[in-house]
Design a protein. Structure first.
Length: 465
């Protein structure tokens, strides 16, 4: 057994894990903080201390999990804790490590599958604890279903509370919303915890907590100095994200709306000029119907529409659109300054508006593109980014939904295929964020309404994307 040397941050994390009321952890912030090793040490110690338990260890890609975390566990955590080769068996076919005391680690692939959108494949898992590596890569649905399988194996026998533990670098999805923002709002620092439901300990009901523990390379005294230097030499956005743990500078090459570009698009000037409205219409679930208002090429307001789902939804939305338009100086004679998502309930909204003499513009996301994009939606999303990048479209700093809008815009990525730009689908973005990107959708419909015209009979030709 090697001498076990731990950093102050590693010791803090392991001490917090001893608190039975802390049931959900994120250990993250930057690269090189020894997050994976610390989590692996805890997993192995749990397996040694509680014979027969079962811990689920997941990542989006089982291949990446096997080539990273599993290597850390077998080659670093095991030697540090004195685990001998004879004390465990690794089954590569089932991706399972089983110890001589019958405790086990199940390596799980958390990638979504078209044939299993609800992740029913996890339904047979009965686990003591769950651990997710690089949770920023995982869609929210996978996280929710996987972590629901804890507290189902040997917890009662040992009187232990199942924990959900995750690691990650800064990302722009549900992880930022659920962990980093509460941590930041509570003051940041080494770690923060906040109430997260209830937990039963020894039959007594107590308040449960979720926690965020910050981990940076500079917290790790055992890291090679040259690794720190390599992080310092990264491009600015990656340096801030991976070295400094800055959650506002997560950029990748295929990100459409990059943080620095969005920051440059902000303005505090009060616009004066024509107004345009874009409406993303929803009819079910948690999705929102959102209206975005652009005045003189500045996004100045976003507003949600609440409806009674027992009444005609399209009619209710149409009446709210008319009311909002009139409040902003738009009448039925200038209704072309309003664009709506004309799919689904949007069609009935359009029909009601027409019955009242309001002939608005219909945005058909799946319509063909005139340029090298899969569809109109992709063309407009890219066009709005390009217009922002040129400084011709701004976002007002006082926008009440600014942070939500930025977060949803930054969730848009693209790929290319045979010279065609493929913008990430709304469905995939929703899976990543955990919510539908309704604020972003209504913003680009407003942009399309203000900057473009898909009607070939129109005298105007303002298409810039």
């Amino acid at each position: 057994m090697k001498l076990l040397k731990l950093s102050r941050k590693q010791i803090l994390f392991l001490q917090l894990l001893d608190d039975p009321t802390l049931v959900d952890f994120l250990f993250g912030g930057g690269a090189g903080g020894a997050k994976s090793l610390t989590v692996c040490l805890w997993i192995v110690m749990q397996c040694r201390n509680y014979p027969g338990i079962r811990i689920g260890l997941g990542r989006k890609s089982i291949t990446r999990l096997n080539s990273t975390t599993l290597v850390t566990l077998l080659r670093e955590a095991h030697p540090l804790l004195g685990v001998k080769q004879s004390e465990f068996k690794y089954n590569g076919q089932s991706n399972t490590i089983t110890y001589i005391n019958n405790s086990s680690i199940l390596c799980v692939d958390l990638a979504p599958e078209p044939s299993d959108p609800n992740f029913d494949k996890f339904g047979s898992l009965n686990l003591t604890h769950t651990v997710i590596e690089e949770i920023g890569e995982v869609v929210k649905k996978a996280r929710d279903v996987f972590t629901s399988r804890k507290n189902r194996f040997m917890n009662s026998e040992y009187g232990i509370v199942g924990k959900s533990i995750a690691t990650c670098n800064p990302s722009q999805n549900f992880v930022k919303q659920e962990y980093y923002k509460p941590y930041k709002n509570l003051g940041g620092g080494e770690y923060q915890k906040w109430e997260y439901g209830n937990v039963f300990i020894g039959g007594e009901k107590k308040t449960a907590y979720r926690a965020f523990v910050r981990s940076l390379a500079t917290d790790n005294p055992f890291i090679d100095d040259n690794y720190i230097e390599s992080l310092k030499n990264l491009p600015e956005a990656e340096r801030k994200r991976l070295l400094m743990g800055d959650w506002d500078f997560e950029e990748t090459d295929n990100m459409i709306y990059k943080p620095l570009m969005l920051e440059r698009s902000l303005t505090d000037l009060i616009p004066d000029g024509d107004k345009y409205i874009g409406v993303d219409i929803s009819d079910t679930g948690k999705d929102k119907t959102v209206m975005s208002l652009i005045q003189n090429n500045v996004i100045i307001e976003q507003k949600t529409i609440t409806v009674d789902k027992n009444e005609a939804i399209g009619e209710q939305i149409a009446l709210e659109i008319i009311k909002y338009a009139q409040q902003n100086g738009i009448d039925n004679q200038t209704a072309k300054r309003i664009g709506i998502d004309a799919n689904g309930v949007g069609a009935s909204t359009r029909d009601f508006l027409r019955s009242k003499g309001w002939y608005i513009k219909e945005f058909m996301a799946g319509a063909g593109s005139k340029l090298n994009y899969k569809n109109l939606r992709g063309e407009v999303i890219w066009g709005m980014m390009d217009t922002m990048d040129r400084g011709e479209l701004k976002i007002h700093k006082s926008l009440s939904t600014l942070e939500i809008l930025k977060e949803q815009l930054m969730a848009h990525h693209y790929t290319t295929e045979e010279r065609i730009i493929l913008v990430e689908s709304k469905k995939d973005i929703k899976a990543s964020l955990g919510v539908s990107p309704d604020y972003a959708e209504s913003a680009y419909i407003a942009f399309w309404t203000a900057f473009g015209d898909n009607d070939p009979r129109s005298n105007t030709n303002r298409i810039v994307f």
